[in-house]
Design a protein around this ligand. Structure first.
Ligand SMILES: CC(C)(COP(=O)(O)OP(=O)(O)OC[C@H]1O[C@@H](n2cnc3c(N)ncnc32)[C@H](O)[C@@H]1OP(=O)(O)O)[C@@H](O)C(=O)NCCC(=O)NCCS
Length: 180
């Protein structure tokens, strides 16, 4: 990580549910709102969805040793779900204490790489218009981000993965591919 330390990026498993719930419970109000559009408790079904992305999708977690160093805490999560032929919907979440160290960008880049390998042709996501950080990251990765004409609070971000394949390597730091 930029501030030192090592984390692990891996496929999510069903028994990560409790650790993911722990991360969600610890989120700031803003992060919770940006990811789940609520400042309140996130429903169990939604948390379960963070670790399972259906047959064609992918769910990832990033883990780090907890404060005592004797257990792994989940510090980030990302997934894409295939919604229709060739199109997948994605979302990511980084715990507040770990934001701003390049993790979110790497997570999205890894999702793009896995989606492409799975034959997904278009990646899309809805982002709150006030979520400047997420929009800046996505634009930097080549996404087109347009205000939703029917809902000015939302931007729709889309990326054709053929374009991603050509440009991703030049848009990422040299070590991005090591985040497996
Ligand atoms: C959005 C999110 C996933 C980004 O992950 P992250 O690890 O914090 O972001 P990164 O460190 O990879 O990237 C930060 C980049 O955003 C840019 N950035 C940070 N704050 C910004 C702001 N207010 N406006 C514009 N750009 C900003 C930085 O310049 C940085 O770029 P750099 O690495 O070139 O310096 C994370 O902050 C998060 O989980 N937020 C809450 C939930 C959320 O918004 N999820 C997305 C829902 S669609």
């Amino acid at each position: 990580m930029r501030r030192g330390g090592q984390v692990t990026l891996r496929a999510a498993q069903a028994d990560d549910g409790a650790a993911v719930r722990g991360m969600v419970e610890g989120l700031s109000r803003e992060s919770r709102y940006f990811r789940f559009l609520t400042g309140g408790r996130v429903a169990d079904g939604i948390v379960e969805g963070l670790v399972s992305a259906g047959a064609d999708g992918v769910a990832l977690v990033v883990t780090a040793a907890d404060a005592d160093g004797d257990a792994e805490a989940v510090i980030a999560n990302g997934q894409f779900v295939v919604t229709s032929r060739g199109t997948a919907e994605f979302a990511v979440l980084v715990a507040d204490a770990w934001q701003g160290q390049g993790l979110g960008r790497r997570l999205i880049a890894r999702l793009l790489q896995l989606a492409q390998a799975a034959g997904v042709r278009c990646m899309r996501g809805d982002v709150l218009s006030e979520n400047r950080r997420m929009l800046a990251i996505l634009r930097g990765l080549g996404f087109s981000c347009r205000r939703n004409p029917e809902d000015s609070y939302l931007h729709e971000a889309t990326l054709a993965l053929g374009v991603a394949a050509a440009n991703l390597a030049t848009r990422m730091p040299a070590d991005w591919a090591t985040a497996r």
